[in-house]
Design a protein around this ligand. Structure first.
Ligand SMILES: O=C(O)CCC(=O)C(=O)O
Ligand SMILES: [Fe+2]
Length: 321
């Protein structure tokens, strides 16, 4: 074998090893953004590519070994002193979040359920931070009819740089599924898309912040009619879709309150107060159905979702404040 062939074989092998490690790390809960940041942040750039590889390899093994015990952030930072490896990750956020005074959850045992509300009727609840379900609020949205797996697959494949925008800016959440990026999601087999017997179940969420993607999506729904006129809406809207296990229990590190439109399927939300409020607050669970709006302060309530068995769930989510 000549040198060139040997070199390209080595490159392929290295790529294969990296991909395997990335998959393991993603399975353990890291986002692709965090993995990219591990190599991109400026104080890493002083390393040559081969030493970077060795560092990444060591970190990957260390990560796999220590992740289970929640030690990754401190172990990596302590042993290697490289802050960029675990930049502002979930554990760091979690460990540094302010301790709650529990006011937001005291005496809350179920969500406030509203019917068809106008902006004026919703105003007293808008910034209450209380969990709210507005039944059948979005039945009139064209998105109820037109949004499905293929709508998003076609949208993403028709716009250049759209996959890149999710990888680099908008965020991809794989939850328990084995996908690394939104491209993997749109490349799965028809049988898996439809959760046929024997196929591995999946559930994902991702941010849509590419301007063309966002404006195309927004042709199918307006700003929720009950939100205060003056409220700010970010230029990013998430889509969550899939089956069964839904979103694992987590807190969101976002700037504003959250609204979500349940467009297809029904799912159960589980809310848990933070540990410091467990003695004075209760956990709650509630079902949302197609057309319902959900409003939860996901910055303070730990939240997870379970999709009703046999149903495909699709929702659009954003913030307001
Ligand atoms: O809809 C879901 O399954 C999870 C949504 C979520 O985590 C959120 O809206 O913050
Ligand atoms: Fe969330």
């Amino acid at each position: 074998m000549n040198n060139n062939k040997q070199n390209s074989k080595n490159v392929e092998e290295i790529k294969h090893i990296f991909l395997g490690l990335s998959r393991e790390l993603v399975k353990s809960g890291f986002s692709t953004k965090e993995l990219q940041n591990a190599c991109l942040e400026s104080n890493c750039s002083k390393y040559t590519s081969s030493s970077l590889f060795i560092i990444f390899l060591v970190l990957a093994l260390l990560a796999a070994a220590t992740y289970e015990y929640g030690l990754i952030a401190s172990a990596v930072n302590y042993f290697l002193g490289i802050r960029c490896i675990v930049p502002n990750n979930y554990f760091v956020w979690e460990a540094t979040r302010p301790v709650s005074d529990c006011c937001f959850c005291t005496n809350i045992t179920k969500p406030i359920i509203l019917g068809n509300v106008t902006r004026e009727e919703f105003a007293p609840f808008a910034y209450s931070s209380k969990p709210i379900v507005i039944k059948q609020a979005f039945l009139h949205w064209p998105a109820m009819k037109y949004f499905n797996f293929n709508f998003f697959k076609e949208l993403y494949s028709s716009i250049s740089d759209s996959y890149k925008s999710v990888d680099e800016e908008c965020q991809f959440l794989h939850f328990k599924s084995n996908f690394i990026s939104i491209r993997d999601v749109f490349e799965m087999s028809e049988a898996r898309i439809n959760n046929k017997p024997g196929e591995e179940s999946w559930y994902v969420g991702w941010g849509n912040c590419h301007p063309q993607i966002l404006s195309e999506m927004r042709r199918y729904y307006p700003k929720p009619h009950f939100l205060p006129e003056s409220c700010e809406i970010p230029s990013k809207e998430y889509v969550f879709m899939g089956y069964d296990d839904g979103a694992t229990m987590h807190l969101d590190f976002i700037n504003r309150l959250m609204w979500q439109a349940q467009l297809k399927g029904s799912k159960t939300w589980h809310l848990l107060p933070p540990p410091e409020c467990e003695d004075v607050c209760s956990q709650l669970s509630f079902l949302v159905e197609p057309g319902d709006a959900v409003l939860v302060d996901t910055r303070v309530w730990y939240h997870g979702t379970i999709i009703t068995p046999g149903e495909f769930s699709l929702s659009v989510q954003s913030e307001y404040g």
